[in-house]
Ligand binder design. Structure first.
Ligand SMILES: *[C@@H]1O[C@H](CO)[C@@H](O)[C@H](O)[C@H]1NC(C)=O
Length: 411
């Protein structure tokens, strides 16, 4: 009887296809590659959750271990021409990229980079972060400082923010700038995703702190996370199941970062934390994240704001960081935004965070800041990190090239 093996193989092939296949928008190029990538992320995530459930290890630590094969930690040294060293800035671990010195009195650009990963994953020393920072250093003659800020579950807000701020202040000090021959008029802060959140928050603090004499001259925010009051923006709804970052996962990253109870997830998904009768959320504050005013019609489509009348008690009181501009930079006042440096905001159509970025670009522009808002119609969250073997996407390469070109012209 040869039927059984046949049935088994057909069933396993179908289950595998069922696990891997997800419907993707037509605009997404290389859809099967993205499906396979997403399936491997889901498998990694599910295994890690299972291990935690068995009491073996925290799931974030398992994910870190199992993604190490994707990108080994590169060592320091001189790779081609760029000198790489792992040092500390005011006690915070950083990786420093130094291009070859120019002649006497020749000043270079500076750039502080903050990597993404939901405030829980990722490292500047791994994979494409390291490669892109090396490219910026080499091609744009820039001293790059990539901050290895501490992550969840070891720490929570505000520790990652404070790590980045301390490194930024040290970097911008006249002594350090002159030690590395950096032009004080040409220093950038940049970051992607959760790193874009930290970059925006640090840029606001630096631009309004009278004690800091040298300011960032530009900020580059790559699909940044900027607010936690509305998880029903058109992009959160349109892309809730998109790889690489689902709506549920983003809310989970927020709760972890803010050291809140993970059981609050359904309440946040329902916008119950920002219900109308919560008087701590003033109409003024609400208007700063009001996508029905801040987004163009082509992004709003026929979505309606989800505004709950009564909602849940005490969430904003128990988790005050939901209203803290250091965690949610989109909540800053226009007066603060007006002091921001020239800005680059990259957004992707197929990204839950699209509207966070679009609203920030709009509010910065309304406050009088010069903004380049670069929107990738075929982009998805994380594409900026998928630009080299073993995972490369053409749209990611275009996004990285766009970022380098903008820095070349504006920094
Ligand atoms: C949100 O709050 C309402 C009360 O206004 C409640 O009925 C509902 O169950 C809550 N939703 C969730 C998901 O907890």
């Amino acid at each position: 009887m040869r039927l059984l093996p046949l049935v088994v193989s057909v069933v396993s092939a179908l289950s595998l296809a069922y696990y891997v296949y997800i419907p993707l928008p037509d605009a997404i190029q290389e859809p099967w590659k993205l499906m396979l990538l997403d399936a491997s992320f889901r498998a990694t995530f599910h295994l890690a959750v299972l291990k935690q459930w068995l009491g073996l290890d925290h799931y974030i630590k398992s994910i870190r271990q199992s993604t190490e094969f994707l990108s080994s930690e590169s060592s320091g040294g001189v790779i081609p021409g760029v000198k790489i060293r792992d040092i500390t800035f005011d006690g915070v671990a950083v990786r420093l990229y130094e291009p070859p010195a120019g002649g006497e009195g020749h000043l270079r650009r500076g750039l502080l980079y903050l990597h993404g990963g939901g405030w829980a994953l990722g490292s500047s020393k791994r994979g494409t972060y390291d490669q892109i920072n090396r490219m910026v250093s080499d091609e744009l003659n820039t001293v790059v400082v990539a901050v290895e800020y501490r992550l969840y579950p070891e720490v929570h807000f505000p520790v990652p923010y404070l790590d980045c701020l301390a490194a930024a202040k040290h970097f911008l000090s006249p002594e350090v700038l002159s030690k590395y021959a950096i032009d004080p008029e040409r220093v950038a802060v940049a970051g992607d995703s959760a790193g874009g959140n930290l970059a925006a928050a640090v840029a606001q603090e630096i631009s309004t702190d009278d004690g800091v004499s040298v300011k960032f001259s530009v900020q580059a925010l790559i699909y940044p996370v900027l607010q936690a009051l509305d998880f029903n923006t058109p992009s959160y709804l349109q892309n809730q199941q998109m790889p690489v970052l689902s709506r549920n996962l983003m809310v989970q990253f927020w709760l972890q970062y803010l050291n809140a109870d993970l059981s609050l997830q359904p309440q946040l998904l329902a916008n119950n934390h920002s219900a109308l009768h919560r008087s701590t959320i003033t109409p003024e504050l609400r208007s700063r994240v009001d996508w029905s005013v801040l987004l163009q019609q082509k992004y709003k489509k026929d979505h309606q704001p989800v505004v709950v009348e009564k909602g849940a008690h005490g969430i904003v009181k128990d988790v005050p960081a939901l209203l803290d501009v250091r965690a949610a930079p989109l909540l800053a006042s226009s007066e603060v935004l007006a002091k921001s440096p020239r800005s680059y905001v990259l957004t992707c159509e197929y990204d839950v965070l699209r509207d966070d970025g679009l609203m920030y670009a709009r509010r910065l522009r309304d406050a009088g800041v010069t903004v380049t808002s670069e929107h990738y119609e075929d982009g998805f969250h994380g594409c900026f990190s998928f630009v080299a073997w073993p995972i490369e996407f053409e749209v990611g390469k275009r996004a990285v090239r766009g970022y380098l070109d903008w820095l070349q012209k504006n920094l």
